[in-house]
Design a protein around this ligand. Structure first.
Ligand code: SAM
Length: 243
């Protein structure tokens, strides 16, 4: 990767998206290191469908960072279905105060996250391999996190049952959703109530890349009541009869 070119693209797209506070040499260098590792690992293991520097900057880093300000200082954060590390990596780079756990069912993805976090000295990021609906029943993980986030993992009514069990009462669930967020939200009304959640905000976001602008919505819920021991159900039950 040509680092000069990367840095020019980084500055251009962060500025275009109004995120000038991330234009420090330290962030730029960290994101350049991360991008080199991501693109080179991608050649072997298909970690992400996005394979060019600009796409990684806009569709991964900028897109994820639209949700970073909502997380309370010092929070423990679980990223459910982190894949190649989104939003875990951008959050870990820009928020050293957070303690982030990247959870994914695929071991090669969590191995990449653990190796890369060590290589980049991201001491605030660890990786965990497993399925959300199984770990959410284990006392070591259940109701242990101040915030849970997820991007591009499942439809909202399924995602909420996977994520809510990890949250402490009072914690925040942040779902980075695409343009169908409203439809998914309408469909998930029963899940929200049943899992002791309340919707705090549904912020529409526009992210700019070249002449294209794409729309997203960051949904933020608060967990206001402890969750029934019957959740999360088995994956078969969740998929067969989503809440
Ligand atoms: N969040 C990343 C992003 O935005 O680029 C990755 C999204 S990728 C499309 C979805 C990821 O969720 C996959 O890596 C998959 O292994 C993981 N996943 C799906 N269901 C899961 C579950 N029940 N528990 C843990 N991980 C899961």
């Amino acid at each position: 990767m040509n680092r000069d070119l990367f840095q020019a693209e980084y500055d251009r797209w962060f500025a275009k998206n109004g995120m000038t506070r991330f234009l420090s040499p330290e962030f730029r260098d960290r994101f350049a290191d991360l991008t080199e590792r991501l693109l080179s690992a991608n050649e072997q293991h298909n970690l992400t469908a996005i394979k060019d520097e600009r796409g990684v900057i806009v569709r991964h880093y900028i897109d994820c960072l639209t949700a970073v300000d909502g997380i309370p200082r010092g929070a423990s954060v679980l990223d459910v279905g982190s894949g190649g590390g989104m939003p875990s990596f951008p959050f870990a780079v820009c928020r050293p105060d957070l303690k982030i756990t990247a959870l994914d069912a695929t071991a090669k993805k969590t191995a990449f996250i653990a190796e890369t976090a060590a290589a980049l000295s991201l001491a605030n990021l660890v990786a965990l391999t497993g399925r959300a609906e199984e770990l959410g029943r284990e006392p070591a993980y259940r109701e242990r996190y101040d915030a849970v986030c997820a991007r591009a993992v499942a439809r909202l009514n399924v995602l909420l049952e996977w994520c809510a069990p990890f949250l402490k009462t009072g914690g925040l669930l942040i779902a980075l959703k695409g343009k169908n967020a409203e439809e998914e939200l309408a469909e998930a009304g029963h899940a929200v109530a049943e899992l002791g959640l309340t919707l705090l905000s549904a912020d529409p976001i526009t992210v700019y890349e070249g002449d294209e602008a794409f729309s997203r919505v960051n949904l933020v819920f608060r967990k206001i009541a402890p969750i029934s021991p019957k959740y999360p159900r088995s994956n078969a039950q969740i998929q067969k009869k989503p809440l």
